[in-house]
Design a protein around this ligand. Structure first.
Ligand SMILES: Cc1ncc(COP(=O)(O)O)c(C=O)c1O
Length: 430
């Protein structure tokens, strides 16, 4: 079969709930992907920030096949060895009092379970647990409560009250690019806006505040340092638990194991998925002992959660990130990209902002560097030109104008330079 036949067949039987890049992928190796016609691409999106150790990593394949040949599935009813080892490892890599992990199957589920945990905790303390604060421009999933927490209208349209659970309030996002305030001041102001939301829009009975330490789908938005200084103080004063959604930023992506490590965040709950499983469907909600203590037997269950194959691969995946110094490589190659992009920014007025950490990089395109009017069509165009020249880029941002560079963390300098050259050619063409 060729790609056209596959795409036509897919249209016949698959619910077309999202637009796809017209490529049928068949193989991968490191940071390289191959399509059904044999064309190679440098992967700069890693399956949306998932394949952090690279495609077809031999150690991942071995861990998975060995476990699969022994036992593929147990259900959550039984103990299994990889699951226990994995939750122990997660406790080791997560900060502060985070210790207890609940395993599930995706990022959305991780968020749902974190919400359920914190609601139970809130009720166990005699509160209602009614309120939840999230950020505008955030993304936490497209189902259930996670969709309500997501702060972007485009994901909610057409779903009525399903997309807006009562009690969820959104605070302004710390997205400084269009602010006239100095970065530090902007960060403090944005955190104070959360305080105002709590005090003016809720009864004070807030089960939790949730945010991505670097917002991914919203356009790789890195809050100023002052934001977290003020925010954590406000939450502590009001005894509001902090859920850090590290689904997209976690497991080495930003050059540290967790993005929150840049600000020494010690959240009360953390969600992980994507980079945790290196491509296997796994999610985790990690809680402090205090929050986990409110759980009673029967509160949670998942048939597949903690599946031994997913757990064995996730465990090996974290070890590879550590053993192969992939966080160092993320910082090293991240710098190659940042330096190259800074040069491109001087040359091309279309590039308004370059931001991120490690190998989580956003390039915001604007009609003009002064007016900062978003250039969404141009961004789409660049992604398309790059695809044709053999590079897969991500696209995001609330205006759809942010190119996202989130390659496997094993990407080489030579590959990064090739991506920069192709980007430069594409901007030249535009
Ligand atoms: C921060 C964050 N949370 C949650 C999710 C939802 O994850 P999933 O698509 O695995 O359900 C995503 C997905 O992009 C995400 O970026």
């Amino acid at each position: 079969m060729d790609s056209k036949e596959i795409m036509d067949k897919d249209k016949e039987f698959f619910i077309q709930g999202y637009a796809r890049v017209p490529i049928v992928l068949t193989e991968g190796n490191g940071a390289i992907l191959k399509d059904i016609e044999g064309k190679e691409y440098i992967d700069c999106f890693a399956g949306i920030s998932v394949s952090n150790v690279g495609h077809a990593h031999k150690r991942l394949v071995k861990a998975g096949t060995e476990q699969m040949s022994k036992l593929l599935h147990t259900s959550g009813r039984f103990y299994n060895i990889p699951q226990t080892k994995l939750v122990e490892k997660i406790a080791e890599i997560t900060p502060g009092d985070l210790k207890y992990t609940y395993l599930c199957n995706s990022g959305t589920e991780a968020v749902e379970n974190a919400v359920k945990l914190v609601k139970k905790y809130s009720v166990s303390k005699g509160k209602t647990g009614a309120g939840m604060i999230a950020l505008e421009c955030s993304f936490h999933g497209r189902l259930g409560y996670a969709l309500s927490l997501t702060g972007q209208a485009k994901y909610k349209k057409g779903f009525g009250t399903y997309a807006n659970a009562p009690g969820v309030v959104h605070a302004p996002v710390p997205y400084s690019y269009r602010s006239k305030l100095p970065e530090d001041e902007f960060g403090t102001e944005a955190a104070l806006a959360v305080e105002a939301i709590i005090d003016r829009h809720t009864s004070g009975d807030v089960a939790a505040f949730i945010m991505e330490p670097i917002l991914g789908e919203g356009g790789i938005l890195v809050p100023p340092d002052t934001y977290f200084e003020t925010l954590t103080k406000i939450l502590k004063e009001r005894d509001i638990p902090f859920i850090s959604d590290e689904v997209q930023t976690g497991i080495g992506r930003t050059g540290k194991m967790l993005a929150g490590d840049y600000w020494n965040l010690e959240p009360d709950l953390m969600t992980l998925a994507k980079g945790l499983g290196g491509g296997m469907p796994i999610g985790a909600a990690v809680a402090t002992s205090k929050i986990a203590a409110s759980v009673e037997s029967g509160d949670f269950f998942s048939t597949y959660g903690g599946n031994p194959v997913c757990s064995a691969i996730a465990l090996e995946n974290i070890s590879i990130v550590e053993d192969e110094n992939l966080m160092d490589n993320a910082n090293k190659i991240g710098k190659v990209f940042f330096d190259g992009l800074e040069d491109l920014m001087k040359k091309f007025k279309l590039i308004g902002d370059v931001r991120g950490k490690g190998l989580m990089i956003g390039i915001e395109l604007v009609k003009d560097q002064q007016t900062k009017i978003p250039a969404a069509d141009e961004a789409k165009n660049i992604v398309n030109v790059l695809k044709n020249s053999g590079v897969i880029l991500g696209l995001g941002g609330i205006y759809g104008n942010v190119l996202r560079l989130q390659p496997p963390l094993c990407i080489s300098e030579e590959q990064a330079l090739s991506v920069l050259e192709k980007l430069s050619n594409a901007f030249d063409k535009l």
